[in-house]
Write a protein that binds this ligand. Structure first.
Ligand SMILES: *Cc1c(COP(=O)(O)O)cnc(C)c1O
Length: 490
């Protein structure tokens, strides 16, 4: 491009550049297995490669794409690689990509209904669809007092419901009671809850992260919860919020929703269910029982951007009482006033979230649901769970390894256990095995700790992963384990 000719949205140039970018991305996917899955660069690598200030004169798309290829891609960890088995997946798909493109193309900011009626209304409809696929209770539908909203992340989801619950309680018991409000969850709960408590002004000493251990497969014990609540009440504190998890981030532990929900109800607590990862699986009838008891919940969250083919970000949150969110988060400045909002005829999603501005994210989920259909989506989930089962079987056949917790979804928690009695040595070995495996660049796995044990996590869930990738990954892990054990014995 030449100086002085800036036409930032010329339709013909968009067509040309857009086609070239799609070609670039398609080529990336075609060759994705050629890159090291986990980026092998050192901290600060990029500063050495790029100029220290922005260009004065325009550069060409060719020049920029060349830089992407030579300087950026080496610093990318390839989450979409079929050899990516770390953390949890973050799916992309053609449908998700189409939705993302359209959303970027329209580039609306849909904070109030009037700023793009379709953005608000499509979001309501699509979340009703997804709610029905998950067989969530009707109270979560937008046709009653509740409804769904797309948040950026599960972290924002738990924060907004915590704030809604906090303000509902403070409204009842008085603003001075903030130091008495108590939150309950297991110690396996995602750290997002702790962050929400910090932001929400909940006193750190009032956050009960109750210990969950191997005896319950790391699920929160209803008895422990009851005991903690009675203890707090007798000390003059006010229990107000319970967060249960279906599919914990460490090991896919499942808190018993039905029993926990009853305790929450008896004590008047807000009951939030975090199913950020495992929620996707619950569109399959055979996995839906894992969220039995969600009927008791005040709010439910699942990340469509994890394991549901919807490009990041898209975190679906449902509440039974949308008014609680609005009471806590609404503002009504003069410059945003409009007839539809003033007459309460519409949903203004700005009152259900932290920021004002919001993207047209429902397009992505809508595209995924329409272009794939629920039956394919169910089979997609099943295929990953079957691959994880297959991997679990491979681990179980090698006497040097053990599967640590029961595999429920598509995550296998396992470790190398050559010297049964020595925990420290086993931890050190597994840490070394993780580093050795990941530094080959051929696969990427991550780790966690359970009851002091260092554990390897193998999460199947990338859209292009097939059985051969799982077999190759296991061969690689076995090979690196042999090298490590050999070096110990010499
Ligand atoms: C991934 C995950 C989260 C956090 O997700 P974000 O969307 O990145 O905030 C929270 N809870 C569980 C159970 C998760 O697996």
């Amino acid at each position: 491009m030449e100086r002085g000719e800036l036409k930032p949205m010329d339709a013909e140039q968009l067509r040309e550049y857009g086609h070239r970018m799609v070609d670039f991305i398609a080529d990336y996917y075609k060759t994705i297995e050629d890159f090291p899955v986990l980026s092998q660069v050192q901290p600060g690598y990029l500063r050495k490669l790029l100029p220290s200030s922005a260009p004065v004169d325009p550069e060409s798309l060719d020049q920029v794409l060349k830089d992407v290829q030579t300087n950026i891609l080496p610093g990318v960890t390839h989450w979409q690689s079929p050899n990516y088995f770390a953390y949890y997946p973050s799916n992309s798909s053609i449908a998700g990509f189409m939705g993302e493109m359209l959303s970027a193309g329209l580039n609306i900011v849909g904070f109030s209904w009037i700023t793009s009626p379709a953005a608000t209304e499509l979001e309501m409809i699509v979340l009703d669809w997804l709610s029905k696929l998950l067989k969530l209770p009707d109270e979560f539908l937008s046709t009653g007092q509740g409804g769904g909203v797309i948040q950026g992340t599960a972290s924002e989801a738990v924060l907004v419901v915590l704030l809604a619950a906090r303000d509902k309680f403070l409204h009842r018991v008085g603003k001075n009671a903030l130091n008495k409000l108590v939150v309950y969850a297991s110690d396996q709960t995602h750290s997002a809850l702790q962050k929400a408590c910090q932001i929400g002004g909940i006193y750190p000493e009032n956050c009960r992260m109750l210990k969950a251990d191997a005896s319950t497969n790391y699920a929160l014990s209803p008895d422990a919860l009851t005991e903690a609540i009675s203890h707090d009440i007798s000390n003059g504190l006010i229990p107000f919020f319970l967060c249960a998890t279906v599919g914990t981030t460490s090991s896919t532990a499942i808190d018993p929703l039905l029993l926990l929900g009853r305790i929450a109800k008896e004590n008047g607590l807000w009951f939030h269910v975090d199913a950020a990862y495992a929620g996707s699986a619950c569109i399959c009838p055979e996995y839906r029982p894992y969220i039995n008891g969600v009927e008791e919940a005040d709010s439910f969250n699942m990340n469509a951007h994890k394991w549901f083919l919807t490009n990041f970000d898209c975190s679906a949150l449902w509440v039974k009482d949308r008014n609680a969110l609005v009471q806590s988060l609404s503002t009504n400045p003069e410059f945003l006033k409009n007839k539809a909002s003033q007459t309460n005829m519409v949903v203004d999603y700005k009152d259900w979230q932290i920021p004002l501005g919001r993207r047209f994210r429902s397009l992505k989920l809508w595209m995924v649901l329409r272009l794939y259909g629920s039956q394919n989506l169910q089979d997609y989930i099943r295929s990953h769970i079957n691959l994880a089962k297959h991997f679990e079987g491979l681990v179980a056949q090698d006497p040097r390894f053990e599967v640590v917790t029961p595999r429920l979804f598509a995550l296998v928690c396992f470790r190398l256990v050559p010297f049964q009695s020595d925990l420290d040595l086993a931890n050190k070995l597994n840490h070394e095995l993780l580093d050795a495996v990941n530094s080959t660049g051929k696969i990427f796995i991550s780790h966690t700790a359970l009851s002091g044990k260092y554990i390897l996590r193998f999460a199947v869930g990338a859209p292009m992963t097939e059985e051969r990738h799982v077999n190759e990954a296991w061969k690689l892990i076995q090979g690196q384990a042999s090298l490590l054990l050999d070096s110990l014995s010499t």
